[in-house]
Unconditional design. Structure first.
Length: 137
């Protein structure tokens, strides 16, 4: 079911898109916990981008996979929970809270997703925001 536009939109559409975004985040969490960097990257569009305070920007699945090979080494405690989500036509967004344990701590992630031909969603742009302040220089 595609979200309706404008005045035709119903409350259930927002519940549905929240569930669809949580489904993508659940798949990311499971791949992350399994140490499956390729599985994490597969949730991005081929030209997807990942911006993070933990590393330089990663553009394209190969760079996103390489980054996740490092991150997922100790990822068994990864948590992802969608806080808010919305959509218009074939674009959606979500704000998710993440937790990775003591090393990287907690933060939020803003993801923009594109609907695919099969009706599923892939991340085209993601920005991570840490709640841990960097040490002063």
């Amino acid at each position: 079911m595609r979200p309706r536009s404008g005045a035709d939109r119903k409350e259930g559409d927002f519940i549905l898109i929240h569930e669809e975004m949580q489904n993508v985040m659940d798949r990311m969490r499971e791949a992350y916990r399994a140490g499956d960097a390729a599985g994490c990257a597969a949730l991005f569009t081929p030209d997807g981008e990942l911006h993070s305070p933990y590393a330089p920007p990663a553009r394209g699945r190969a760079e996103i996979e390489a980054l996740h090979r490092i991150w997922t080494v100790d990822g068994e405690n990864k948590e992802l929970r969608v806080l808010k989500a919305g959509a218009s036509a074939d674009l959606a967004w979500c704000l998710a809270a993440y937790s990775e344990g003591d090393v990287s701590g907690d933060g939020t992630s803003v993801c923009v997703m594109e609907r695919q031909a099969d009706g599923g969603w892939l991340i085209c742009m993601c920005s991570l925001n840490s709640t841990i302040l960097p040490p002063e220089a």
